[in-house]
Design a protein around this ligand. Structure first.
Ligand code: G3H
Ligand code: 13P
Ligand code: ZN
Length: 349
């Protein structure tokens, strides 16, 4: 099966009332882990690569691996997504390579650090939408800024500094025509999101619900959605790691989000934790081993276990065979003739 439009995946998720995990990849083992989990749970999948990932793996290696995943798993719809594109050029290069979806993160300037103005964000996102939709490619935009810094990307600080304003979210969706909207509700990237189990003072699910009420048909995206489970932290620390005590986003809060318009759930850190814990365990218990397969195999299995669990918890499990993928050229026609709407439904306050 060719790579599928993320818009189609999210439209189907909205019809079915479930969320779809978007899992970051940097190498073959991570892609294989996601596909093993998708096969086991019969899930449609979103695979995403950050700018750092594209650089680390080299564009062509990574993209050919995704194509291999699609060829080997014809029964699984796969959307390939650029995570946190920092400029029009980054998104354009992903689109020309064959990605079926891009995120234009115009909430930050192209340095990936400094918050941009609302007008700058609208302008660059709209430019990406026009280029992408002509080619049938999906666009995710972001309004509000997440906390934390990952691989040089992010504004830093806590997640509470630039929470999304629902009125701005409405104006942004109307003026850009994005297919999916990432919002800032207090989460941040990485392992250190919260210093205790988050409550409504730091994780603003009320803001998410307010945005969903105003934009009932818009696919919302939750970034920084790793749950940072204690058991994964413990494995790392048991085998010589030094993670400080920390909390992520509880799965039940994500499920509340899914009941309120969240269709794409971004998870990277939980998989990083699973991989690192598994590798540390092999190194600590069998220090005589030196064949990479001896630790990459358990690492891949540990990640597949986390991904399969999230697929079940987000509700995408069992939905891989629900629909026939629409060719990306047909998707482009749909944007052009208006059958694929880019005008959000806006409810009164
Ligand atoms: O956006 C955050 C993801 O976890 C990707 O992180 O930029 O270090 O690859 P990265
Ligand atoms: P986590 O760091 O919580 O896994 O978030 C990943 C993410 O938002 C990727 O865009
Ligand atoms: Zn993110």
């Amino acid at each position: 099966m060719p790579l599928v439009s993320m818009r189609q995946l999210l439209d189907e998720a909205a019809k079915g009332g479930y969320g779809v995990g978007a899992f970051n990849v940097n190498d073959m083992e991570q892609i294989q882990a996601i596909m093993a989990a998708a096969k086991e749970t019969k899930s449609p999948v979103i695979v995403q690569a950050s700018r750092g990932a594209r650089q680390f793996a080299e564009d062509l290696y990574l993209f050919k691996l995704i194509q291999a995943a699609a060829e080997l798993n014809p029964e699984i719809p796969i959307a390939m997504h650029q995570d946190h594109g920092n400029s029009f050029e980054t998104c354009k290069s992903a689109i020309l390579l064959g990605y079926t979806s891009v995120m234009m993160d115009g909430s930050l300037k192209s340095d990936g650090k400094t918050p941009s103005t609302f007008e700058e964000n609208v302008e660059v996102t709209k430019k990406v939408v026009d280029f992408a939709h002509e080619r049938g490619v999906t666009v995710e935009g972001e309004i509000g800024v997440l906390g934390g810094v990952e691989d040089g990307h992010g504004a830093g600080g806590s997640g509470l500094e630039h929470i999304t304003d629902p009125d701005q979210a409405v104006e942004f969706a109307e003026r850009t025509g994005v297919d999916a909207l990432a919002i800032a509700i207090g989460t941040s990237h990485g392992a250190y999101k919260f210093s205790k189990k988050p409550d409504g003072s730091v994780l603003k699910m009320d803001v998410l619900i307010a945005i969903h009420k105003r934009l009932p048909n818009t696919h919302l995206v939750m970034h920084g959605s790793s749950s940072v489970p204690k058991d994964l932290q413990d494995i790392i620390n048991k085998y010589g790691g030094k993670l400080k005590e920390t909390w992520g986003v509880p799965v039940e809060e994500i499920q509340l989000g899914i009941r309120n318009g969240v269709r794409k759930v971004n998870v990277d850190t939980d998989n990083r934790l699973a991989i690192t814990g598994a590798i540390r365990k092999v190194f600590a218990e069998t220090p005589e081993k030196f064949d990479p397969r001896d630790y990459l195999k358990p690492a891949r299995e540990a990640m597949a276990k986390v991904v399969a669990l999230r697929m079940t918890q987000f509700g995408q499990a069992g939905h891989a065979g629900d629909y026939a993928p629409i060719d990306i050229k047909e998707i482009a026609k749909g944007y052009a003739d208006g059958t694929l709407s880019t005008h959000p439904l806006v409810a009164a306050k």
